[in-house]
Write a protein that binds this ligand. Structure first.
Ligand code: NAP
Ligand code: F7E
Length: 322
């Protein structure tokens, strides 16, 4: 009998890669479709799986729709990837972010508990919870100190996951994933803003690239590698929490230089810093220690930042040439 998965946030970057991975493994894949905006299926289409997944209408803020999604999908694995995931917006929409990213996760946990408490649950936790870092290299034992409404909401969801595991015995795991990117990344995030901007400049469609804090450092990996860690967590006999990262940190400035270099341009000729993109509170540096994921899940990242940025610039050049 085939395994059934339910993915919230199936139209997002990770939802698309995870759908493809689970379909390859023979799963019947169901997704919660919030029906917001037009052409939300473009990522699934780019990966060639748009017609392979089954959609259930619903929203993370509507518990009744989640209960129906659990019933309709008969899911034995539930991946909660849905979120208002852009940190910058979370200062403009803190209540919505708390409702979707925080309470939304509790809604999914409740739906699992009510409909099928044997189902395994994955929570998309984040390195943003470390915020003002309390250790040079962050792992599962590092104390949290969120710096944005997004980080605060995600921390609520993270502890709810731990709590449902400890109080209701759910197989509920939390992946504390560091930044991961791909050609399917939203244009508002810095890597894709850079690769799209560099491609436009190369093709003569733009002249400059305006960014905020280019001294910020992130531990960037490839989304295609990271969804494998999500799946591995739900295959373990015991649910647990895992840091998923590369163990390498790079500044935005250096990432920008890699992108420009790839198309034979010098970033100094095109880059402008614009305070408009600064945040009310910044996460200056993130650097993860994925040792536990390596030891217990046998997971390791396969894509370097250079390979990732190159892949993204090439994809944006192809799109813009079309
Ligand atoms: P993403 O591309 O922004 O996707 C977010 C998804 O959530 C979209 O499918 C979106 O639907 C859906 N969504 C938003 N509000 C919803 C609501 N009220 N009800 C139901 N669905 C809703 O995010 P991602 O990069 O794939 O990340 C996946 C998850 O991992 C997110 O929870 C994110 O916070 C977390 N995370 C991401 C990273 C990273 O670096 N990418 C790192 C750590 C954790 P629409 O298409 O309709 O907008
Ligand atoms: O910013 C700086 C910005 O928006 C990265 C989400 O997936 O990862 C992501 O959150 C850094 C920050 O990602 C611009 O200030 C400079 O220091 O790409 P970002 P993020 O905030 O790290 C975590 C793990 C998540 O969980 C989130 O969901 O880059 N930066 N100039 C800029 N950032 C943006 N967006 N735009 C700029 O112009």
């Amino acid at each position: 009998m085939s395994k059934h998965a339910l993915i919230t946030g199936i139209t997002g970057q990770d939802g698309a890669y995870l759908s493809r991975l689970l379909l390859e493994k023979g799963y019947e894949v169901h997704g919660l479709l919030a029906r917001r905006g037009s052409d939300t299926l473009w990522r699934l289409r780019e990966l060639g799986v748009e017609n392979e997944v089954r959609m259930v209408d619903g929203d993370l803020t509507d518990l009744s729709s989640l209960i129906r999604a659990m019933q309709a999908s008969q899911a034995t694995e539930v991946y909660n990837l849905g979120a208002q995931s852009f940190v910058g917006t979370s200062w403009q929409q803190p209540v919505l972010t708390a409702q979707v990213d925080g309470v939304g996760a509790i809604n999914v946990l409740e739906a699992v508990r009510i409909v099928n408490p044997e189902a395994r649950f994955y929570q998309a936790s984040t390195s943003e919870m470390f915020g003002l870092i309390q250790a040079q290299k962050q792992d599962e034992k590092t104390p949290f100190y969120p710096r944005s409404p997004y980080g605060v909401a995600k921390l609520m969801a993270h502890w709810a996951t731990v709590n449902y595991r400890e109080s209701h015995g759910l197989h509920a795991s939390s992946g504390i994933l560091f930044n991961h990117e791909s050609p399917l990344r939203g244009l508002e995030f810095v890597t894709r803003k850079v690769t799209d901007g560099v491609a436009r400049i190369k093709l003569g469609l733009a002249k400059e690239l305006r960014l905020g804090n280019i001294d910020a450092k992130r531990d960037w990996g490839f989304a295609g590698d990271y969804v494998e860690a999500m799946w591995l967590m739900l295959q373990q006999p015991q649910a647990d929490d895992y840091v998923v990262a590369t163990g390498v940190t790079t500044s935005v400035r250096e990432m920008v230089e890699i992108a420009f270099r790839h198309v034979g341009l010098d970033s100094r000729d095109h880059l402008a810093v614009d305070p408009k993109f600064f945040r009310p509170a910044e996460v200056d540096v993130l650097l993860g220690n994925p040792a536990k994921a390596k030891a217990k899940l046998g997971w390791a990242p396969r894509t370097s930042l250079e390979q990732l940025v190159t892949m993204m610039v090439d994809a944006d050049l192809r799109r813009l040439r079309k």
